[in-house]
Design a protein around this ligand. Structure first.
Ligand code: NI
Ligand code: MN
Length: 236
């Protein structure tokens, strides 16, 4: 059985029968998080899309606690490695078969800078999205991104299957795609299920997810799952 659990903002756990990974684990300080780092267990890998604090979040703490490998673009992985965790650096366009499944890094149109206390920004390379093939299912977590035309190519980059089973994408606008562009992204990728993320966490990214769901389901042959933090979706 394959399961997707939402933990608020852009954080998801994906589980197959044998493995479990977490993506963008921002829990500490996340008003939408349903669990603390202490409650996280049995994670094989921590996938991080970019260096912004609402995504890098508790990556290092979770990787240390679970003895998990951090998978991220090279520059961000190098930063994490120096914090004392196991890493597997990758980069855009590259795929690798891990014990838990296959990961391919997809481009994302965004930033990846990490400010220090003086506001000086360390730039941690390119941001990314993740194409995940795990168990019998495929997942596309876009990361933070604006809309880009190559999203229409995503299914060409799958090793197995011809369709994305689950797409997780931002609808919050301002920093990332808003609902209008997100609708276009869903139309291009044409997954079985779309899950909106990266909205309502702060006032500036407040959105009507119900309206987004209605538009997706009325106009496209795609199911839209609006998940609350802590919800789990079980895939057959
Ligand atoms: Ni960001
Ligand atoms: Mn973000």
């Amino acid at each position: 059985m394959n399961k997707v659990t939402f933990h608020g903002h852009a954080c998801f756990c994906i589980a197959s029968d044998s493995h479990r990974i977490i993506i963008d684990p921002w829990l500490t300080g996340n008003p939408a998080a349903d669990m603390t780092v202490e409650e996280v267990s049995d994670i094989d890998a921590v996938l991080v899309t970019h260096g912004h604090s609402d995504h890098l979040g508790d990556t290092v703490a979770i990787a240390k606690k679970c003895d998990a490998t951090v998978i991220a673009p090279f520059e961000l992985a190098t930063y994490c490695q120096h914090k004392g965790v196991k890493t597997h650096p990758m980069h855009i366009g590259g795929a690798y078969k891990f014990e838990f499944g296959r990961i391919k890094l997809i481009q994302a149109l965004h930033g990846s800078g990490l400010p220090n206390d003086d506001g000086i920004i360390t730039y941690l390379g390119n941001p990314c999205g993740f194409l995940v093939e795990m168990g019998s299912k495929s997942y596309y977590h876009t990361g933070d991104t604006g809309l880009f035309g190559d999203m229409s190519l995503i299914k060409e980059w799958l090793e197995h299957g011809r369709k994305i089973d689950v797409m997780m994408l931002p609808i919050g606008d301002n920093f990332v795609m808003g609902p209008k562009d997100a609708f276009t992204a869903v139309r291009w990728v044409n997954p079985s299920i779309a899950i909106p993320m990266h909205y309502d966490t702060f006032p500036i990214i407040k959105q009507d997810a119900g309206a987004f769901k209605a538009q997706v389901e009325n106009e496209l042959a795609v199911k839209c799952e609006v998940m609350q933090s802590g919800d789990t979706l079980t895939l057959d």
